[in-house]
Design a protein around this ligand. Structure first.
Ligand code: SF4
Length: 240
């Protein structure tokens, strides 16, 4: 009896070892033991309106809940909330930092010069702006494009989490230091984070540089392209 148990335990450990080696080969270096919030049922505050107590929210409902948001001080100087836009069933979601002047004016993410560069990167990947979903960590423009304050992030980040839960993409690409550090709750510099697969609530996340940084440092385009090639492989792996 004891022998049989030891044999079965040994077999299970061998399987686990094999699985961990496979994950390592795929570039996954850490496994979170925290419960995956994306797998938690979400309970609407108005269950009677949807015919059941728990389900995944839609982006439209999240946008409606955000409303004319005044949850943090960034609401005072903003022109428009930049919620995010794109293909809701896309395997890829790109998360930037916060709206700039042009995004604030138009209410759309990545519409300035950095946005045009992002479109060219997507094109080189065989994708289009319309084929992916693009949003920011922060939905209102910080004055003079300063970094958002901790309390501003705390007020806005739950909406991003809800968006990502609704979208549930195969891959998230975080663009820039602020996005990577916020999503991964780390202070590691972007130069150390980029190019290495991470996990955000069970979703593969690739940090890379922000297109605005590339406009100032064109030499870094080569590194971004290396990161995006890894993304393409992982997306293709899903299609296979
Ligand atoms: S930044 Fe986010 S939390 Fe702050 S006012 Fe805008 S939408 Fe609301």
């Amino acid at each position: 009896m004891v022998d049989r148990f030891q044999k079965e335990l040994g077999g299970a450990l061998d399987q686990l070892r094999g699985l961990l080696e496979d994950l390592q080969r795929l570039g996954i270096e850490q496994i979170s033991t925290a419960p995956d919030p994306f797998m938690q049922p979400l309970c609407s505050r108005e269950p009677e309106s949807i015919g059941g107590p728990c389900r995944i929210e839609t982006l439209e409902e999240i946008r409606a809940d955000l409303g004319d948001c005044r949850r943090c001080g960034l609401s005072e100087a903003r022109t428009r909330i930049v919620f995010g836009e794109g293909h809701q069933a896309s395997s890829l979601v790109l998360v930037g930092e916060a709206p700039g002047r042009e995004e604030d004016r138009q209410g759309m993410p990545f519409v300035g010069e950095a946005g045009r560069l992002l479109e060219r990167i997507l094109f080189a990947m065989g994708l289009s702006r319309e084929g992916v979903y693009i949003c920011n960590v922060q939905k209102c423009r910080p004055p003079r494009n300063r970094d958002p304050l901790p309390e501003e992030i705390a007020a806005c980040e739950p909406f991003l989490r809800r968006q990502l839960r609704a979208l549930r993409p195969r891959v998230i690409v975080s663009l820039g230091r602020f996005s990577a550090q916020t999503l991964l709750a780390t202070s590691e510099p972007i130069g150390a984070l980029r190019g290495r697969w991470q996990s955000y609530a069970g979703i593969d996340l690739m940090p890379t540089y922000h297109p605005a940084y590339l406009l100032r440092n064109p030499a870094a385009k080569r590194e971004v392209w290396e990161d995006m090639k890894q993304v393409m492989v992982r997306l293709r792996h899903e299609d296979a």
